[in-house]
Design a protein around this ligand. Structure first.
Ligand code: CU
Length: 177
Protein backbone atom coordinates (compact mmCIF):
# COMPACT_ATOMS: atom_id res chain seq x y z
CA UNK A 1 0.00 0.00 0.00
CA UNK A 2 2.60 2.48 1.10
CA UNK A 3 4.99 1.34 -1.59
CA UNK A 4 2.37 1.69 -4.32
CA UNK A 5 1.48 5.16 -3.07
CA UNK A 6 5.12 6.20 -3.20
CA UNK A 7 5.48 4.64 -6.64
CA UNK A 8 2.49 6.51 -8.01
CA UNK A 9 3.73 9.77 -6.53
CA UNK A 10 7.09 9.17 -8.17
CA UNK A 11 5.47 8.38 -11.51
CA UNK A 12 3.35 11.51 -11.41
CA UNK A 13 6.30 13.63 -10.41
CA UNK A 14 8.24 12.25 -13.36
CA UNK A 15 5.41 13.25 -15.65
CA UNK A 16 4.04 9.82 -16.43
CA UNK A 17 0.30 9.41 -16.44
CA UNK A 18 -1.08 5.91 -16.62
CA UNK A 19 -3.49 5.37 -19.52
CA UNK A 20 -6.45 4.55 -17.30
CA UNK A 21 -6.04 7.85 -15.52
CA UNK A 22 -5.22 9.97 -18.53
CA UNK A 23 -8.08 12.33 -17.80
CA UNK A 24 -7.14 12.92 -14.22
CA UNK A 25 -3.72 13.43 -12.72
CA UNK A 26 -2.61 14.25 -9.20
CA UNK A 27 0.57 15.62 -7.70
CA UNK A 28 1.06 16.59 -4.07
CA UNK A 29 -2.64 16.89 -3.40
CA UNK A 30 -3.39 18.86 -6.56
CA UNK A 31 -5.67 17.07 -9.05
CA UNK A 32 -6.37 18.15 -12.60
CA UNK A 33 -9.52 16.46 -13.85
CA UNK A 34 -11.53 16.16 -17.06
CA UNK A 35 -9.43 18.37 -19.29
CA UNK A 36 -10.83 19.15 -22.71
CA UNK A 37 -10.28 21.47 -25.61
CA UNK A 38 -12.48 22.74 -28.40
CA UNK A 39 -11.88 21.58 -31.93
CA UNK A 40 -10.50 24.31 -34.19
CA UNK A 41 -12.12 24.59 -37.62
CA UNK A 42 -10.58 26.05 -40.73
CA UNK A 43 -7.27 27.74 -40.41
CA UNK A 44 -7.62 28.80 -36.80
CA UNK A 45 -4.39 28.64 -34.87
CA UNK A 46 -5.99 29.57 -31.55
CA UNK A 47 -7.50 26.97 -29.27
CA UNK A 48 -8.95 26.86 -25.80
CA UNK A 49 -8.88 24.25 -23.09
CA UNK A 50 -10.78 23.75 -19.87
CA UNK A 51 -10.44 21.55 -16.82
CA UNK A 52 -11.12 21.27 -13.13
CA UNK A 53 -8.36 21.93 -10.60
CA UNK A 54 -8.96 20.38 -7.19
CA UNK A 55 -7.06 20.81 -3.95
CA UNK A 56 -6.97 18.14 -1.29
CA UNK A 57 -7.81 19.23 2.24
CA UNK A 58 -4.84 21.03 3.72
CA UNK A 59 -3.35 21.75 0.29
CA UNK A 60 -3.25 25.25 -1.15
CA UNK A 61 -1.54 25.90 -4.43
CA UNK A 62 -1.39 28.23 -7.39
CA UNK A 63 -1.51 27.50 -11.09
CA UNK A 64 1.38 29.51 -12.49
CA UNK A 65 1.77 28.34 -16.07
CA UNK A 66 0.53 26.02 -18.77
CA UNK A 67 2.10 24.49 -21.85
CA UNK A 68 1.29 22.13 -24.69
CA UNK A 69 3.45 20.54 -27.37
CA UNK A 70 0.83 21.46 -29.98
CA UNK A 71 0.94 25.18 -29.17
CA UNK A 72 3.68 27.74 -29.57
CA UNK A 73 2.41 29.73 -26.61
CA UNK A 74 -0.05 28.98 -23.83
CA UNK A 75 -1.62 31.51 -21.46
CA UNK A 76 -3.90 31.40 -18.44
CA UNK A 77 -6.93 33.59 -19.11
CA UNK A 78 -9.93 34.92 -17.26
CA UNK A 79 -13.02 36.78 -18.42
CA UNK A 80 -13.96 40.23 -17.19
CA UNK A 81 -16.88 42.49 -18.01
CA UNK A 82 -15.80 45.79 -19.54
CA UNK A 83 -19.07 47.71 -19.59
CA UNK A 84 -21.37 45.41 -21.55
CA UNK A 85 -18.59 43.60 -23.32
CA UNK A 86 -17.05 40.44 -22.02
CA UNK A 87 -13.32 40.43 -22.58
CA UNK A 88 -10.60 38.09 -21.64
CA UNK A 89 -7.42 38.90 -19.87
CA UNK A 90 -4.21 37.04 -19.35
CA UNK A 91 -3.60 36.35 -15.69
CA UNK A 92 -0.33 35.40 -14.07
CA UNK A 93 -1.80 32.73 -11.86
CA UNK A 94 -4.92 31.20 -10.33
CA UNK A 95 -4.99 30.54 -6.60
CA UNK A 96 -7.01 27.61 -5.33
CA UNK A 97 -7.74 27.29 -1.63
CA UNK A 98 -7.44 24.17 0.48
CA UNK A 99 -10.15 21.62 -0.25
CA UNK A 100 -11.55 23.75 -3.03
CA UNK A 101 -12.19 23.11 -6.68
CA UNK A 102 -11.62 25.70 -9.38
CA UNK A 103 -13.37 24.95 -12.65
CA UNK A 104 -11.99 26.42 -15.85
CA UNK A 105 -14.95 26.55 -18.21
CA UNK A 106 -16.43 28.42 -21.19
CA UNK A 107 -17.25 31.97 -20.17
CA UNK A 108 -14.87 31.77 -17.23
CA UNK A 109 -11.24 31.05 -16.69
CA UNK A 110 -9.58 29.01 -19.41
CA UNK A 111 -6.32 27.94 -20.94
CA UNK A 112 -5.55 29.65 -24.23
CA UNK A 113 -3.48 27.86 -26.85
CA UNK A 114 -1.79 30.14 -29.37
CA UNK A 115 0.17 29.33 -32.51
CA UNK A 116 -1.24 25.82 -32.83
CA UNK A 117 1.07 23.65 -34.89
CA UNK A 118 -1.88 21.58 -36.10
CA UNK A 119 -5.66 21.91 -35.94
CA UNK A 120 -7.35 20.40 -32.91
CA UNK A 121 -9.64 17.74 -34.32
CA UNK A 122 -12.67 16.30 -32.58
CA UNK A 123 -11.76 12.97 -31.05
CA UNK A 124 -8.08 13.74 -30.73
CA UNK A 125 -6.24 14.01 -27.46
CA UNK A 126 -4.24 17.10 -26.68
CA UNK A 127 -1.35 17.02 -24.23
CA UNK A 128 -1.32 19.75 -21.63
CA UNK A 129 1.06 20.50 -18.79
CA UNK A 130 -0.19 22.63 -15.93
CA UNK A 131 2.50 23.87 -13.57
CA UNK A 132 1.73 24.69 -9.95
CA UNK A 133 3.88 26.65 -7.54
CA UNK A 134 4.22 23.80 -5.06
CA UNK A 135 3.00 20.66 -6.85
CA UNK A 136 5.11 21.30 -9.93
CA UNK A 137 4.18 20.15 -13.41
CA UNK A 138 1.11 17.98 -13.94
CA UNK A 139 0.76 16.33 -17.34
CA UNK A 140 -2.67 15.50 -18.67
CA UNK A 141 -4.35 14.66 -21.94
CA UNK A 142 -7.52 16.48 -22.83
CA UNK A 143 -10.14 15.27 -25.23
CA UNK A 144 -10.92 17.47 -28.20
CA UNK A 145 -14.63 18.18 -28.25
CA UNK A 146 -16.80 19.50 -31.11
CA UNK A 147 -16.63 23.12 -32.02
CA UNK A 148 -20.20 23.62 -30.82
CA UNK A 149 -22.49 26.58 -31.15
CA UNK A 150 -20.11 29.15 -29.76
CA UNK A 151 -17.30 28.12 -31.99
CA UNK A 152 -13.65 28.21 -31.29
CA UNK A 153 -12.30 30.64 -28.82
CA UNK A 154 -11.14 33.96 -30.14
CA UNK A 155 -12.44 33.67 -33.70
CA UNK A 156 -14.72 36.30 -35.13
CA UNK A 157 -16.46 34.15 -37.73
CA UNK A 158 -18.37 31.73 -35.60
CA UNK A 159 -20.60 28.97 -36.91
CA UNK A 160 -23.83 29.55 -34.98
CA UNK A 161 -26.06 26.67 -34.09
CA UNK A 162 -29.61 28.02 -34.41
CA UNK A 163 -30.85 25.51 -31.85
CA UNK A 164 -28.79 27.14 -29.19
CA UNK A 165 -29.41 30.58 -27.78
CA UNK A 166 -26.52 32.99 -27.63
CA UNK A 167 -25.09 33.06 -24.15
CA UNK A 168 -23.11 35.54 -22.15
CA UNK A 169 -19.86 34.02 -23.28
CA UNK A 170 -20.72 34.35 -26.96
CA UNK A 171 -17.34 34.86 -28.51
CA UNK A 172 -18.62 37.32 -31.08
CA UNK A 173 -18.46 39.80 -28.22
CA UNK A 174 -15.23 38.35 -26.98
CA UNK A 175 -12.31 40.46 -27.92
CA UNK A 176 -8.69 39.68 -27.92
CA UNK A 177 -6.51 42.08 -26.10
CU1 CU B 1 -8.73 33.58 -23.73
Amino acid sequence: MRVSLIASVLLVSLGFVSPTRAHEATSKGVTVAHPWARATPGGSTVGVAFMEVKMADGVQDRLISAASPVAGRVEIHTHIMDGDVMKMRKVDSIDVASGQSHVLKPGGDHIMLFDLKQPLKEGDLVKLTLTFEKAGAIDIEGTVEPVGAKGPHGMDAQPVNSDEKPSSDDHNAHQHH
